[in-house]
Ligand binder design. Structure first.
Ligand SMILES: [Zn+2]
Ligand SMILES: [Zn+2]
Length: 123
């Protein structure tokens, strides 16, 4: 009768969410199948016991881009994955650190400070 049935809308939203979750699980399983269980950054190896700490990163940061050959996926441990997104955030926020380049430490700025204070005497 009435066009605006709220419970029906709820169901549609719930279904969309569910299918998104299912798809997510799908590409994770797929990625774990085609790639070795090793973090692409720190080369930490994973086993069944801790594979939950290994996550699927999207190289282009587009979670809807899931080619079946896995070319947009990269397996990263939770720490490196976090780091990767942090850097991306900082970059897009225009933090404007010139040529931070590929710093693989957790705290690039602390590292930078140390490098700038190079004048320490060698003990
Ligand atoms: Zn890692
Ligand atoms: Zn990611």
């Amino acid at each position: 009768m009435s066009a605006g049935d709220p419970s029906r809308l709820d169901r549609i939203v719930a279904e969309a969410r569910l299918s998104a979750q299912r798809r997510e699980r799908g590409y994770r399983e797929q990625a774990l199948k085609i790639y070795p269980w090793i973090c692409g950054r720190c080369a930490r190896e994973f086993t069944r016991a801790n594979v939950r700490e290994l996550t699927v990163h999207h190289r282009d940061h587009d979670h809807d881009n899931n080619p079946p050959d896995g070319s947009n996926w990269e397996l990263l441990c939770v720490y490196c994955h976090d780091n990767e997104h942090q850097r991306r955030l900082e970059a897009s926020a225009g933090a404007g650190s010139p040529s931070a380049g590929r710093v693989s430490t957790y705290a690039p700025f602390a590292d930078l400070k140390e490098r700038m204070a190079k004048k320490r005497p060698p003990k």
